[in-house]
Ligand binder design. Structure first.
Ligand code: MN
Length: 260
């Protein structure tokens, strides 16, 4: 018999992020999720951990600051937060869902490899808990359309709750950079092309040493149909299912053939 679908109103949910415990996006997520589920826990990094990826703190101890009932800050990475939450802070019952974000900024295409937001959700998925990463696109110097994330988190969760419950389920959700009234709907997408790192800024520090600063620019392709990038830039909410097993199935077969 397939496992029962998730009943949101009965769910125990863990929230984390990579922008830190005081980030606006976490407040948005918490406000919306509190209305939808039974029990909310927040375990988030003390300081911003954007681009921390899936890093784990191993060479020093981790300290937890209790901020309230079911609310904690950890002086570590998003991965540390989810691990500590599940193994220590939440007691002996697993959360039904791990939600990460809402990140301030896109996590599209290759961003998912660098993202601490996606990593927190990925850690949840690795621990067997269905997990979702949320990110809100924005433009530098302009107000962030948090109302868009706030309006669409619920519909996204309701759609995901209809899926059969499966350990390792990991979803990457991006909200478009526009007000809620002009969002076109939810689209299911695959990872597109959005590679950061080629935009290096050269400078000299006050002591005359040259430095390099990784900039914001990305090599991207907004035109390829069916991708996260194309969907959000057209005005849709994008949901991409991600896999934890990174085996390249086609290459696995090709390699086997090449050996015989
Ligand atoms: Mn971030």
């Amino acid at each position: 018999m397939p496992p029962e679908p998730l009943v949101l109103a009965q769910a125990r949910v863990l929230l984390s992020n990579d922008d830190g415990i005081d980030a606006n996006g976490l407040t948005v997520l918490e406000t919306v999720v509190r209305r939808l589920v039974k029990e909310v826990w927040v375990v988030a990094p003390e300081t911003e951990q954007s681009a921390a990826s899936h890093s784990l703190t191993m060479r020093r101890p981790l300290f937890v600051r209790r901020l309230g009932r079911r609310r904690f800050a950890v002086d570590g990475t998003p991965t540390d937060c989810v691990l500590l939450a599940v193994h220590r802070l939440l007691g002996n019952r697993l959360p039904d869902l791990v939600l990460s974000g809402v990140n301030q900024g896109a996590n599209l295409g290759e961003d998912v490899s660098y993202s601490g937001t996606v990593a927190a959700a990925k850690e949840g998925a690795l621990l067997g808990i269905p997990s979702v990463a949320f990110s809100q696109l924005y433009t530098d110097g302009e107000p962030v359309h948090w109302a868009t994330a706030a309006a669409w988190i619920g519909p996204v969760l309701e759609r995901l709750a209809r899926l059969p419950r499966r350990p390792g389920l990991l979803m990457n959700v991006n909200f478009p950079d526009r007000p809620p009234s002009s969002v076109t709907g939810i689209e299911i997408t695959r990872q597109g092309r959005h590679k950061i790192g080629g935009d290096l800024v050269d400078g000299t520090d006050p002591r005359g040493r040259p430095y390099y600063w990784i900039g914001r620019g990305r090599d991207e392709d907004r035109s390829r149909t069916g991708t996260d990038l194309e969907a959000v830039h057209r005005g849709a909410v994008s949901i991409s299912p991600l896999s934890l097993d990174q085996t390249d199935e086609a290459m696995l077969e090709a390699l086997r053939q090449a050996g015989s």
